[in-house]
Design a protein around this ligand. Structure first.
Ligand SMILES: Nc1nc2c(c(=O)[nH]1)N[C@H]1C(S)=C(S)[C@@H](COP(=O)(O)OP(=O)(O)OC[C@H]3O[C@@H](n4cnc5c(=O)[nH]c(N)nc54)[C@H](O)[C@@H]3O)O[C@H]1N2
Ligand SMILES: Nc1nc2c(c(=O)[nH]1)N[C@H]1C(S)=C(S)[C@@H](COP(=O)(O)OP(=O)(O)OC[C@H]3O[C@@H](n4cnc5c(=O)[nH]c(N)nc54)[C@H](O)[C@@H]3O)O[C@H]1N2
Ligand code: SF4
Ligand SMILES: [Mo]
Length: 773
């Protein structure tokens, strides 16, 4: 399945340009790469990109360096006699088949744990193959970065709308009022809200007379842009949001508008938030009750408004409740599902809209983790519980781990424990470009090629984008000799674990295509109903499996050509129930159409999708689901708790990305450092000096980090970034190891979780500080 080009000699070193969608954050900017020979020597924003219109950030600009990082692995590594050595792909997959198959046979499917990291949402392979791998393994032991991140939002969406993937995004381009909590898009470039040039969009909101309120314990660059910045006490957003809802009810400011026909449980929500008056929450939030009332009134009075919460409102003690309340406020003010409010995107690769009908609903806790009894959420167990599942003896113990694009030793709580646990596994596979803190434990490391050698399509982020659009960029340079595309790596991995080792990787894709077409032709609502699957399969274009699968999804999708059904896309004639409500267009999308439009196809602004988007059992938005109601007493308890005197929050740096971008010289240095930010008053009280080391102690352990005194953090709060701690032996990240920093997650023992979502509390946990000599 190697593209033909790979076999040819390298082309002469002429300079050319090629488009590439940036895979380095959720903004998905279109880049124009400068390529000399087969080497990327520059990157600039693609001004013709239909979505990003030329925007680029320093990470995108460093694409070439990141792509050419000499520390990237070029060949698979296989452990022999305890040491990882370069090996051929055949040896690597032979070993996987030889070791994993017997292990699964002997100990059952759950003996293998799968860990999926963040970069899976930034590759085509990461979207298309992990579901097949999980199906082949049949394991319930799935752990992903979501339980260090956005799982609370999936759970609240699942409960409210019946679909954990139905996440409303703020309509940044049209809203009059944005209430943003726990997000710093000026540095992160946005999350669960794909918006190239998020900073520019916030500035435009201000310019057109709109207002921006930012709730963050730090005065971030985003907060500095706001009309109002509220330096809330960490972990208390759910209280603030509940109080805002309470004011809306008390002052009769709720107005659901057309949503009224599609919701149930308004009175129940009113009752549920009754105790959370501004006066009751003010002390816990460290806010003024009058200001809380003002925010509620402004939210209600704005012509359109959107409430948006992200990492700082998710990875906290009451993460699911806060995520739920974000949408409760959007609903109570009539802003959900209307232009200028928060809307559900309709991605070109998702399923075409259906006639509204009750669905299966969303259920939590269909199984629980073996040791800690943590309920599953969206089929996942808390990543914070992985180590105990490996360490604790007994039936069902995890003996093998397959880690795809994941570095949990740094990203999850208590990396030291996980480090030891991984070292004790019977077998481990990492698919990762680097030999790092996690992959160093693998018996086989399978390195994907650098991003310039991969094609791209944003399966995940188009479903979170502030504008509907579709873009595809083919590989910008041919696959280097001896490389395998990540899709082929994953397809071969699937074959190796499922007893088909050695079969052609295309078998995996053909299987998926066959099953999808089989369902489609049997579905009376499908544009291909009644047609011959073989005939349709033959119509698919694309040279590789993932390209053919993309073509299939596009053509059957909401803007697809429907394989030429009546010569037009479906969903517009009412048959798919999409007219207007679904927002489908006659865009006739296919892979070829996207290849013909290298800068993308614009599919228009977001449009209302209720009720078609709802999959609850009632067919309505269920405002007060039972699991939420059952968790509210815990929040009520927080009203009387004595707040810790010092808590820690994280922060992200514009030129960094989680744990894996500290190896690019161009992105290091300056303010991109692992320092402990402390407010001057706290520093004085504790005897801390700027630039001097401090000892930080918490549940999980102690760390030493240099103090940076700054009033950008509020009193009672210190900030340490994550993704650092590159000082373990046996890694091959020379630049990162030279400036290792410390791993903030070592302060955690993994016991603090948001109970409904299993998400680790990474923000707002108590710490103690002391100066070091
Ligand atoms: N304290 C604290 N901890 C946090 C957070 C926080 O805010 N505070 N944030 C959390 C969040 S939001 C997240 S998403 C997680 C992230 O947690 P992880 O996903 O575990 O970490 P990452 O650093 O994003 O990258 C994972 C791995 O992907 C590899 N990689 C990069 N590109 C590719 C590719 O194209 N293919 C493959 N196969 N691998 C690739 C990298 O080398 C790296 O080893 O961290 C979480 N941890
Ligand atoms: N440059 C850069 N960009 C990135 C990443 C990166 O590491 N670096 N990571 C990517 C990933 S994986 C993700 S998930 C996104 C995340 O994108 P964002 O959600 O925008 O992430 P952060 O920048 O961590 O912003 C979280 C903010 O919450 C604040 N905060 C902490 N605790 C609380 C609290 O209790 N309440 C409130 N209201 N605020 C709180 C923090 O001070 C911080 O400013 O960014 C992505 N983009
Ligand atoms: S904002 Fe994100 S997607 Fe855009 S160039 Fe920067 S890293 Fe890439
Ligand atoms: Mo994330």
């Amino acid at each position: 399945m190697l593209p033909e080009d790979a076999a040819r000699p390298a082309p002469a070193p002429v300079t050319r340009t090629a488009p590439r969608i940036c895979p380095l954050c959720e903004a998905t900017c279109g880049l124009t790469l400068t390529i000399e020979g087969t080497r990327v020597t520059g990157a600039r924003g693609d001004r013709d990109d239909v979505f990003s219109r030329g925007f680029i950030c320093p990470k995108g600009a460093a694409f070439g360096e990141l792509d050419a990082d000499p520390d990237r692995l070029r060949a698979p590594l296989v452990r022999r006699d305890g040491e990882l050595r370069e090996a051929s792909w055949e040896e690597a997959f032979d070993l996987i088949a030889a070791r994993l198959r017997p292990l699964i046979k002997e100990h059952g499917p759950h003996a293998t744990g799968v860990v999926l990291g963040n970069p899976n949402v930034h590759t085509m392979a990461g979207a298309l193959y992990p579901p097949v791998l999980l199906g082949a393994l049949g394991t319930r032991n799935l752990f992903t970065a979501s339980t260090l991140d956005q799982m609370p939002k999936h759970v609240s969406s699942g409960l409210l709308f019946g679909d954990p993937l139905a996440i409303p995004v703020p309509d940044l381009d049209r809203t009059d009022h944005l209430l943003l909590l726990g997000a710093n898009p000026l540095d992160s470039n946005g999350s669960l809200c794909t918006a190239p040039d998020f900073p520019g969009k916030l500035k435009a909101l201000r310019r057109r007379g709109g207002t921006l309120t930012v709730v963050d314990p730090r005065r971030t660059r985003t907060a500095r842009l706001a009309d109002r910045h509220i330096a809330i006490r960490p972990g208390t957003d759910a209280l603030l949001l509940a109080a805002l809802a309470q004011v809306l009810f008390e002052e009769k400011l709720t107005r659901l508008g057309p949503l009224a026909d599609h919701v149930e449980g308004v009175d129940e929500v009113q009752e549920a938030v009754r105790d959370f008056t501004p006066e009751a929450v003010a002390r816990a939030c460290d806010m003024d009750a009058g200001e809380i009332r003002t925010i509620a009134r402004e939210l209600a009075a704005a012509p359109t408004a959107a409430v948006y919460g992200r990492v700082g409102s998710c990875t906290v003690e009451y993460g699911t409740l806060a995520s739920w309340l974000v949408d409760i406020l959007n609903i109570l003010t009539g802003n959900l599902d209307r232009p200028g409010g928060a809307l559900f995107p309709l991605s070109a690769s998702d399923r075409a809209p259906r006639t509204p009908a009750p669905g299966k609903g969303f259920v939590l806790g269909r199984w629980a983790s073996r040791v800690g009894g943590h309920p599953e959420a969206k089929g996942e167990l808390p990543l914070a519980a992985l180590a105990e599942e490996i360490e604790t003896p007994g039936e069902g113990r995890i003996r093998a781990v397959i880690a795809l694009a994941a570095n949990p030793v740094l990203s999850a709580p208590d990396g030291d424990r996980l480090d030891r646990a991984l070292a004790g596994l019977d077998f481990m596979v990492s698919v990762d470009p680097y030999l790092n803190e996690t992959s160093r434990h693998a018996d086989v490391v399978l390195p994907p090629p650098p991003p310039a050698q991969s094609a791209h399509f944003d399966f995940a982020f188009n479903a979170l984008a502030v504008r509907n659009q579709a873009r595809h960029t083919p590989a910008a340079v041919p696959l280097e000799e001896g490389r395998l595309d990540e899709s082929e790596i994953l397809a071969r991995l699937i074959l190796a674990v499922s007893g088909m080792h050695g079969a052609a990787p295309s078998v995996v894709d053909d299987g998926v295509i066959g099953r999808t077409l089989g369902k489609a032709v049997a579905d009376p609502h499908s544009p291909v109903h009644g047609r011959d699957p073989q005939e349709l399969s033959a119509l698919l274009t694309g040279r590789t499996g993932p390209e053919r699968r993309l073509d299939l999804k596009l053509r059957l999708g909401p803007y697809g050509d429907g394989f030429g059904a009546d010569g037009e896309g479906f969903g517009t004639d009412g048959e798919g129930g999409a007219d207007g409500a679904g927002g489908a267009d006659r865009a006739g999308l296919s892979l070829q159409r996207l290849l013909d439009h290298p800068h993308g196809v614009d599919l228009g602004p977001l449009r209302p999708r209720v009720p078609e988007v709802l999959k609850t059992r009632s067919g309505r938005i269920e405002l007060l689901p039972a699991p939420i109601a059952a968790d509210l007493p815990r929040l009520r308890g927080a009203l009387d708790e004595r707040p810790a005197s010092l808590v820690l929050v994280g922060r992200r740096h514009l030129r960094s990305n989680n744990s894996w971008m500290h190896n690019v010289p161009a992105l290091g240095g300056g303010s991109n450092r692992c320092t402990l930010q402390v407010h001057p008053d706290d520093a004085a009280r504790l005897g801390l000096e700027d630039g001097r080391p401090a000892r930080i102690t918490a549940d999980g352990g102690a760390l030493e980090a240099p103090v940076e005194i700054t009033d950008t953090v509020r009193t009672g709060v210190v900030s340490l970034p994550h993704g650092w701690g590159h000082d373990r032996p046996g890694t091959r990240t020379s630049v990162a190891s030279a400036r290792p920093g410390v791993n903030v997650n070592q302060l955690l023992d993994g016991s603090r979780l948001d109970p409904l979502s299993g998400t680790a509390v990474l923000n707002g946990f108590p710490v103690e500080l002391a100066p070091l000599p």
